[in-house]
Design a protein around this ligand. Structure first.
Ligand code: ARG
Length: 282
């Protein structure tokens, strides 16, 4: 894995802006803040592809519990250390900050089909092409599509194409860290986090939050959150037909599960049209 690739996967958030560092570094210039990303405590540990071996996983995402086998069959683990969701049988939706631009790319392996990454039921497929959100510059627009070499015979996850589902309680799942600086997980973890409106989220993150492109979730008291390595994975809820619908993509936050700092997610409904057009051309 290249340093660049790993950095992309770990990022606390799109790294060019260093938003989560703001509170710690105040007026530090962006270039300096970017350098500080690798040093600062808030940047957390690089995502390793090694996973915790313990067959009885400790509660994680942060503050979560193990997902049941088959509960979220659309969940995908990506080899650069990110999550994703099956948008189509041969297309994974993930975060822009998890990939390195657009174009042909056979370097990514997508694993799905089991909560246990080492299960014989888990299937791995290579990528053929990546489409990073057009105009992505490290702020907002944190979505990307990965085309797979072969379709996976698994259920897909619908994306929200209206903001009607940007409320209530959400489920977030992933194989990422179970605490700041914690290990990546072998078994999929899930947690429930409540919607946080832009005004409340802006109190935590100020101008770093892009309200039209980002949606926040978490408890005021912290304790439950997505974390490093969950990036690119879906935040979802039930729609009016009792089907899962994706409302967010794990993007960034100040640390993980800290009181007063909700998780920030790409606002899927804002990009639904762009995503479906891009998928049709991929
Ligand atoms: N950027 C991180 C990653 O690459 C995800 C951070 C999510 N943070 C949070 N507090 N919800 O995995």
């Amino acid at each position: 894995m290249t340093a660049r690739g790993r950095g992309a996967a770990v990022c606390v958030q799109p790294p060019t802006k260093g938003r989560p560092l703001k509170n710690l570094f105040g007026s530090v210039k962006r270039a300096a803040a970017l350098g500080a990303v690798t040093l600062a405590a808030v940047s957390l540990q690089p995502v390793s592809t090694a996973v915790a071996q313990d067959p009885t996983p400790s509660p994680a995402i942060v503050g979560g519990t193990p997902a049941e086998e088959g509960e979220f069959p659309f969940m995908v683990r990506l080899s650069m250390g990110c999550g994703g969701s099956l948008y189509a049988e041969d297309i994974v939706l993930t975060a822009a900050h998890c990939v390195d631009g657009s174009g042909p790319d056979t370097s990514i392996t997508a694993t799905a089909g089991s909560v246990d990454l080492e299960s014989s039921d888990a299937v791995s497929v290579n990528s053929t092409e990546v489409l990073q959100a057009p105009g992505y510059d490290g702020n907002g627009k944190d979505w990307a599509l990965i085309k797979l070499e072969q379709p996976l015979d698994l259920p897909t996850l619908n994306i929200a194409d209206t903001d009607a589902y940007n409320e209530g309680d959400f489920t977030v799942a992933g194989w990422g860290a179970d605490k700041e600086g914690g290990d990546q997980q072998r078994y999929l973890l899930k947690a429930t986090v409540p919607f946080v409106d832009d005004a409340a989220c802006g109190e935590a993150y100020g101008d770093s939050l892009i309200p039209g492109e980002e949606i926040c979730a978490g408890f005021e008291e912290g304790g439950t959150d997505s974390c490093q390595g969950d990036s690119g994975g879906p935040m979802f809820r039930k729609d009016d037909s009792d089907q899962w619908v994706q409302v967010g993509i794990v993007s960034w936050g100040q640390g993980c599960a800290r009181p007063g700092y909700p998780g920030v997610y790409a606002e899927v409904s804002a990009f639904a049209e762009d995503i479906s057009k891009a998928a049709a051309e991929l």
